[in-house]
Every structure is written in structure tokens, then in C-alpha cells.
Design a protein around this ligand. Structure first.
Ligand code: UDP
Length: 319
């Protein structure tokens, strides 16, 4: 099978490429290197079964060409990271909405199946005990930049669903909850690589707000395994699937565990949200996935615990 991965030089895209190649697929990696890095795919560049294409999903002719040559498209290219969205809202919207439109138009033209990686941001401020795929979205004002990401990804999901329903294109939606692991950078705000980098340098660990907000982190290898199994399954199209970890942890506790695992002497510094992001910034206080649907369909089960993930990120950054 030949798979196109948009965002193929990104953190998750490059791990997905490794997994597809390991089972004998060929891959085309399309990336404009805006947040993706050549370093992530350096080990793949010389292989005959890998083609790297430098370019944007906003370039319709380019997308047409790579889509025509692929059996499936894993659409991962997106402006991600709350900080990036808040800093560059217009560029983010263009990539996440117009870019996805182009991907679906070309996929439909060539009959290429499409899996889109959506996000837990979809649920917004819904702090339910376990968020299921059919749960309501609770969003703040569209004039607050943070929510524009959720809106844009929702439009991408609607496109995926509608191309399936109306045009019969095989499409799949996965909603990733805080995917973490080696190769992720802290440049765009992601908390684990950032805490680890601060811990290694002995700098203060910047916990935003009061640190009581919680997340469930999922090892990238587990998420990638779920993504591939969902794309392979004959009855998975036209639906959304949560993929995430099971251990709920507060940012306060996360900071302490990063300090412990890395053997750092860093102290914790609490940073108000207004200072960390922008005035009036609203954070999600809690985000816990219900992954029953993916477990029932493809046996999705996270295998790597939080301390093990932190250890891997520490080793990756020390390298
Ligand atoms: N966060 C933090 N310090 C940082 C970066 C992030 O306390 O240096 C917090 C952030 O406010 C959020 C959580 O960590 O509550 C997860 O942030 P991330 O951007 O990794 O993912 P999100 O779940 O917000 O998409």
C-alpha cells in the first residue's frame, strides 16, 4: 500500500511513517517544514520506499499529484499547539480549513481514502468524567483565539463526515488527546517537552494557572498503532474515535514527576494564564477520554505509562 502522510515530517507524522514502513508500506511525506523538522525523518531520507515532498497542503496542484499516487492519505498537516494558534490565528485558519478542503477535494477526485487526525480540543470546556465521541462541545467566544482551533478542526471533521455520507468517500476521524513522546518539541507550547527541557537545564518549571488542570497523556506509539488499526478496519469509516491515555494527572503533579524522573533540582514557578498566553485566555480544566469505541473496534489499549514516557522524552532531549 502507498500512504500519503501530510505533515509527514512532524512529530506524529514521522512516527506514523516509521510504523507504516515497518510493515512494508511505501510512504510519501508531504510537509512544508513550518513546524515539521527534517531531523525527524533524516533516518528515512535515503530509503527507496520513502518519498519526501517539500510543500504545503495549500498548493492544490501539488496535493493533486501526491494524492493521485496514493491509496490512503493520513491527513496530519495542521497548525497545532495552543501557542501557535494564539500567535498566528489567520495562518492557522488557512492551513486548517482551506488546506483540509483541498485535501478532501483531491482525495475525492482520485478515490483516495482519508484519515484525519482531529483533536480533543473539539470538546472545548466539557469537563465530563469521560468524554465520549457523541458528547456535546462546550466552547467559548469565537473571538477568543483558542477556540478558533476547535472550530477549524470541527469543520475538518464535518468535511470528512460529509464526504463519506454524501460522496461515499472512505474517511475516518480520530481525536487525539495530548499525544506525547520523543521528537515532540516544546516550541509551540506542548507541556511535556517544555517541562523536560526546563528540568534538564535546571530552569524553573512554568506551571500555568494554579496547576490543578488535568490531562491524560498518550504515548505516540500507542496513538499511531490505533490510527493504523482504524484505517485498516473495514467498518471504521464515517465515524470519530477518541485515542488517548487513561492516567489523569494535574500539571502540578506532572511538574513534580518530571523533576523526579529527570533527577532535576528545578523549582516550580506558577505563571498566570494572561501572562502565558493572552488576556482572557481560557484553559480546559479537565480532559479525560472515553476510548471504549476504539477499544471495542480495534482493541486500542495504551501500553506506555507516564513515567516511562517522561523518561523517553528526557533521553530524547539529552541526545
Ligand atoms: N502548560 C503549563 N506550562 C507550560 C505549557 C503548558 O502549565 O509551559 C499547561 C497548559 O496550560 C495546559 C496543559 O499544560 O493546561 C497542557 O498544555 P498543552 O499545550 O500541552 O496541551 P493542551 O491540552 O492545552 O492542548
Amino acid at each position: 500500500m502507498r500512504a500519503l502522510i501530510t505533515g509527514g515530517a512532524g512529530f506524529i507524522g514521522s512516527h506514523l511513517a516509521d510504523a507504516l514502513l515497518a510493515r512494508g508500506d511505501q510512504v510519501i511525506l508531504l510537509d512544508n517544514l513550518s513546524t515539521g523538522r527534517l531531523e525527524n525523518i533524516e533516518h528515512l531520507r535515503q530509503r527507496d520506499d520513502v518519498e519526501f515532498v517539500l510543500g504545503s497542503i495549500l498548493n492544490a496542484d501539488l496535493v493533486d499529484d501526491v494524492m493521485a499516487r496514493s491509496d490512503i492519505c493520513f491527513h496530519l498537516a495542521a497548525a497545532v499547539g495552543v501557542e501557535l494558534i494564539v500567535d498566528k490565528p489567520l495562518e492557522s485558519l488557512a492551513t486548517n480549513i482551506r488546506g483540509s478542503e483541498i485535501v478532501f477535494e483531491k482525495a475525492h477526485k482520485h478515490g483516495t481514502r482519508v484519515l484525519v487526525t482531529s483533536t480533543s480540543e473539539i470538546y472545548g470546556k466539557n469537563t465530563s468524567d469521560r468524554l465520549g465521541e457523541e458528547d456535546d462541545r462546550i466552547l467559548g467566544s469565537p473571538l477568543k483565539s483558542r477556540w478558533s482551533y476547535s472550530e477549524a478542526k470541527a469543520i475538518e471533521e464535518i468535511l470528512a463526515y460529509t464526504y463519506w455520507r454524501q460522496k461515499g468517500l472512505q474517511t475516518y476521524i480520530v481525536r487525539l488527546f495530548n499525544t506525547v513522546g520523543p521528537r515532540q518539541t516544546g516550541h509551540y507550547g506542548m507541556v511535556i517537552p517544555r517541562f523536560v527541557s526546563q528540568a534538564i537545564k535546571g530552569e524553573a518549571i512554568t506551571v500555568y494557572g494554579d496547576g490543578q488542570q488535568t490531562r491524560c497523556f498518550c504515548f505516540v506509539g500507542d496513538a499511531v498503532d490505533g490510527i493504523i488499526k482504524i484505517a485498516d478496519h473495514p467498518e471504521s469509516s464515517g465515524r470519530a474515535y477518541n485515542l488517548g491515555g487513561t492516567e489523569e494527572v494535574s500539571m502540578d503533579e506532572l511538574a513534580q514527576r518530571v523533576i523526579a524522573v529527570s533527577g532535576s533540582e528545578s523549582k516550580i514557578r506558577y505563571v498566570p494564564y494572561d501572562e502565558a498566553y493572552e488576556e482572557g485566555f481560557e484553559d480546559m480544566q479537565r480532559r479525560v477520554p472515553d476510548t471504549t469505541r476504539a477499544r471495542d473496534l480495534v482493541g486500542f489499549e495504551p501500553t506506555v505509562g507516564l513515567d516511562e514516557i517522561i523518561e523517553m522524552v528526557v533521553q530524547d532531549q539529552r541526545r
